[in-house]
Write a new protein. Structure first.
Length: 212
């Protein structure tokens, strides 16, 4: 009799465990994490470095960057933190200053009407269209650049800089080159008064962006 009673108690206990676990399973829910977007907006003015090469020499100059914005969606994984970033900025060509040589004379030449400045005083602008990951913290940034109000597709490269123990980059270095002839700019003729057989065409850009 005692053995039968013990078996009945054991079966009852197992049945209770099954019922409780089944109830818990039916009432529990798993809510997926909501991926929110965080916008890192850089509002202070920055300087963009540029230079035009002439083969045997180059003319380096800088300009003031206005309305610089970097939009960075938050990632929930350990991938490249800036993979889906969007960058936009403006540069006032009237702010250009040559960095070496006869600074006053070369600055005046760089700011000759028709080179980077038009009658409307349009700013040079850039906005991202898409980003490709080239490697760890290394990105190709495609976008639209406007010079003198004329928009052209361009391609830049960017490197994210971060501490080894952090997942988010603290700085971004943007660099690239554009063909001035795409905008119909004969740099040699406008700046030096004479067009060459092989006209100067490359404008190089470099800018370091601190990410907040």
């Amino acid at each position: 009799m005692k053995t039968i009673k013990n078996r009945i108690l054991l079966v009852g206990a197992l049945l209770a465990i099954v019922l409780v676990s089944g109830f818990a399973k039916s009432t529990s829910t798993v809510t997926p994490k909501e991926i929110k977007k965080e916008v890192a907006e850089v509002v202070e003015n920055k300087t963009i470095n540029m230079f035009v090469t002439h083969g045997h020499c180059s003319t380096p100059f800088g300009g003031i960057v206005d309305d610089l914005k970097v939009d960075i969606p938050v990632r929930m994984d350990a991938g490249n933190s800036l993979e889906n970033m969007r960058i936009s900025f403006e540069v006032d060509p009237n702010s250009f200053r040559v960095c070496r040589g006869d600074e006053a004379d070369l600055t005046a030449r760089i700011k000759t009407k028709g080179v980077f400045i038009n009658d409307q005083n349009d700013s040079i602008t850039f906005r991202t269209t898409n980003v490709f990951v080239m490697g760890v913290d290394w990105y190709q940034i495609n976008g639209i650049m406007s010079i003198k109000g004329v928009e052209k597709e361009v391609k830049f490269f960017a490197t994210g800089i971060r501490n080894s123990y952090k997942s988010m980059s603290s700085e971004l270095v943007l660099q690239g080159q554009v063909n001035l002839l795409d905008w119909g700019i004969d740099y040699d003729k406008l700046v030096n008064g004479q067009s060459l057989n092989i006209p100067t065409k490359w404008l190089y850009l470099n800018m370091k962006i601190e990410l907040s």
